[in-house]
Design a protein around this ligand. Structure first.
Ligand SMILES: *Cc1c(COP(=O)(O)O)cnc(C)c1O
Length: 400
């Protein structure tokens, strides 16, 4: 692509934060849908994508959905979350899981992030369940402050790294709570050698444009429980109770993934090993380059985890960078490099104003000092060096 402005010296191209990688059989499979007319909500690619995802994640079943948020909504319903129940949700996350709790007419109670890996702090969850809840005679767990029933835990594996699941699953068993993993950011990550998405009663994935694997938009529910999978399929497909007659016993949803998009998903999933390897190589290069910069903390990986480093994020110590490290954003954008601060913790968002939050001080600090750096699967080493050069230059200024 040539422009009038490019005379002689080459003009640096914008480096995006995290964009899709489309180099496999996507065209071929989409063309197959178009050629055969199987474009909509029934078709072989939907079945194949579900089977391929179940195999990859390591679950018995997978149910495709229109997006990750609708997957979460249905997973909550299928897990038995009732109106006015409460669900423990990570506060340091993209907003979708908390919104899904509200779609189910339930209430989020926000849990803090741990300072090392930024995942739901399981020790604080244990404290909360022990100190802030009581068990009723019938076995229901009640939040002492709200008087509502606590029904489920929704841990989010943020940024490609798993939550510490074993102690969390033990708590869920002890207190009789369902577990729904939000694995939308961590497809391909392992917890103690097993893929995330197979640990909870149900788990959810997203194929949004910025996720590791994309269909443009799409989602998936995984589970080892046939009954839960059948119910999820039923609710996502308008709750049809007869294959021929229009008979419905419940109000369902149209949350299906169409065959055209499932075709893209099948092609993407064929390439996932290469995507994961690319993300890990990018993370390694950042970790090496950032290690010597003062006040910069590279992303860590727990000993029990194999992260996919979906969104490479570093912390910028306030004592070195000042309270407003966002000046860095300007330095990057002057070089046409896209970066992004991490999320505002959900308990501080107006959307979930009034929701209970339990000792969420770590998430508040992380939300202030984190910055995500370019990390597309297709990021070249040269592009990554440009991003690293900005960091080195800015650190030079601070050191002076
Ligand atoms: C991307 C994402 C989702 C789902 O997003 P959709 O755009 O609805 O597919 C859910 N939870 C988290 C934490 C996410 O990052």
């Amino acid at each position: 692509m040539s422009t009038r402005f490019e005379s002689g010296a080459s003009v640096a191209q914008t480096i995006p934060l995290c964009i899709p990688e489309i180099r496999g059989n996507e065209w071929k499979y989409v063309k197959d849908c178009l050629d055969t007319g199987w474009v909509s909500s029934v078709g072989s690619y939907v079945d194949r994508f579900e089977a391929d995802m179940a195999r990859y994640v390591g679950t018995k079943r997978a149910v495709a959905t229109s997006n990750g948020t609708s997957a979460l909504h249905i997973a909550l319903l299928v897990a038995g979350v009732q109106p006015d129940d409460e669900v423990l949700v990570s506060t340091l996350t993209f907003i979708a899981p908390a919104n899904a709790v509200r779609y189910a007419h339930a209430w989020p109670v926000f849990m803090d992030a741990d300072p090392d890996y930024w995942q739901m702090d399981v020790a604080k969850v244990a404290d909360f369940l022990r100190d802030e809840c009581r068990r009723e005679a019938g076995g229901a767990l009640i939040n002492k402050r709200s008087g509502r029933r606590m029904r489920a835990i929704l841990p989010v594996h943020v940024l490609g790294h798993p939550v510490d699941l074993d102690p969390l699953l033990a708590l869920a068993r002890d207190y009789g709570l369902a577990v729904i993993e939000d694995a939308t950011e961590s497809l391909g990550a392992d917890y103690k050698g097993r893929r995330v998405g197979q640990f909870g009663d149900l788990a959810c994935f997203s194929f949004n444009g910025n996720k590791l694997l994309t269909t443009g938009g799409g989602g998936m529910i995984t589970t080892n429980d046939d009954r839960l999978a059948d119910r999820a399929k039923y609710l996502t497909t308008q709750a049809k109770d007869d294959p021929v007659e229009y008979v419905h016993h419940e109000v369902g949803y149209n949350y299906r993934l169409v065959n055209l998009l499932a075709a893209v998903g099948c092609a993407q999933l064929e390439q996932i090993d290469g995507y994961v390897a690319a993300k890990r190589a990018i993370a390694k290069r950042y970790a090496d380059a950032l290690a010597d910069l003062p006040g910069v903390m590279p992303m860590k990986q727990a000993p029990w985890a194999a992260s996919v480093f979906w969104m490479y994020t570093a912390l910028f110590d306030e004592s070195v960078w000042g309270a407003d490290f966002r000046s860095l954003l300007k330095a990057f954008s002057a070089e046409k490099i896209q970066t992004r601060p991490l999320w505002q913790p959900l308990h501080q968002s107006r959307a979930h104003q009034g929701a209970q939050a339990y000792r969420c001080d770590v998430a508040e600090r992380l939300g202030r000092i984190a910055l995500s750096l370019p990390c597309s699967v297709g990021l070249s080493e040269e592009q990554q060096q440009r991003a690293i050069a900005v960091l080195k230059k800015e650190t030079g200024h601070r050191r002076a």
